[in-house]
Design a protein around this ligand. Structure first.
Ligand code: 5MM
Length: 335
């Protein structure tokens, strides 16, 4: 087993998943302002530190994706954030893209940037303790989109990123996200997601990526948020499994879904059904941002000193998703 493969398995084994706490300052400001909290470096750290020191970290959270600001911050007792994460046997990770920008010649689509200078930034993050990384390419579904141009250029960027990350002995999380925004059908989501993932792996293979040291972070197959043709969780699981079975090379050890705007319960229920029906050799787990943090953030915003209460809320969601990653969740466990 290669070193990269064992890192990927450590992050995702035994129902463990990933806490995506890599919101850029702009996104974190939106999240904090939505609960009337001022977005300062201290407040961002205080909430995140509460999560990273929760008791569920050691059994449920195999890895945490950090943002550049957070990986360089220190806790109230002067511990580095990556050290805090390692101390509970979880793996520190880092978002290394610098964001999705307008794609030239296709102004309604995005291309993710951040390749310039990446090799040197990776060396710095490795020294700080990161052992895996994340890069997100983002696609929207309309009649004309995603275009071949957007699919080819984002896949190429994901492959170049992955090659540099593996060169630096870290596991790349490859995140080609097809957004839920819009009124498209689940079938459209299936077709477009399949196309995007297939192209992404073609590029990864051309760039000689060691697929045993990669984690894929895809969206589930869902109808658009504004569609009136929502599908049942069982159908979500069936279509998601079919899409991944047909598009992901078998060498890939693990898949960790993003939540993409689903409610906390929806994201847990869908993951549970995916695992109940999983007829592949892939580990199917979670790499949730909003679906792990929403309730905890709401609780914390009402009393910033109630760290214990905030952790209780976060522990519950982490445990529920770890059950779901093993197909062992049920609605009754929520109470
Ligand atoms: C945590 O949010 C990440 C994006 O942050 P920026 O947009 O500020 O860069 C995002 O990539 C996240 O990791 C994934 O989309 C999964 O998060 P959700 O909330 O969709 O589970």
């Amino acid at each position: 087993m290669s070193e990269l493969n064992s890192i990927a398995l450590k992050i995702l084994s035994k129902g463990k998943g990933i806490l995506a706490a890599d919101e850029s300052n702009a996104t974190m400001t939106k999240r904090l302002e939505s609960v009337n909290i001022l977005s300062t470096p201290e407040n961002r750290l205080s909430f995140r530190q509460a999560l990273f020191s929760s008791s569920s970290m050691s059994n449920c959270i195999g890895g945490v994706i950090l943002y550049d600001e957070t990986i360089k911050q220190k806790t109230s007792i002067n511990k580095n954030i990556p050290e805090l994460i390692q101390s509970v046997n979880s793996v520190p990770g880092i978002k290394v893209d610098t964001g999705a920008k307008i794609l030239a010649n296709s102004p309604n689509e995005k291309i993710t940037e951040g390749l310039d200078g990446l090799r040197d930034r990776l060396k710095e993050y490795y020294k700080l303790g990161a052992r895996f990384t994340k890069w997100r390419g983002v696609y929207n579904i309309t009649k004309e989109h995603p275009s071949k141009l957007a699919i080819y250029s984002n896949s190429h960027a994901l492959a170049r990123y992955s090659a540099l990350v593996q060169e630096c002995n870290m596991v790349p999380i490859v995140e080609p996200e097809v957004l839920m925004d819009g009124n498209h059908s689940a079938q459209d989501c299936f077709t477009k997601t399949s196309e995007v993932i297939k192209r992404c792996f073609e590029e990864l293979i051309s760039h000689k990526i060691d697929l045993t040291g990669v984690i894929l972070k895809p969206n589930m197959i869902l109808a658009g948020a504004d569609s009136n043709k929502k599908i049942h969780s069982k159908e979500v699981a069936k279509l998601t499994l079919k899409c991944l079975k047909d598009s992901v090379p078998i060498e890939v050890p693990g898949i960790a879904f993003l939540s993409g705007g689903q409610s906390e319960i929806e994201a847990t229920e869908n993951l549970n059904l995916i695992n109940k029906e999983n007829n592949t050799d892939f580990i199917m787990s979670y790499s949730y941002g909003r679906a792990l943090q929403q309730s905890a953030l709401k609780h914390w915003s009402k009393n910033l000193d109630d760290i214990e209460g905030t952790q209780k809320v976060f522990n519950h969601r982490a445990k529920m998703n770890t059950f779901a990653a093993q197909g062992k969740w049920s609605k009754e466990l929520e109470n």
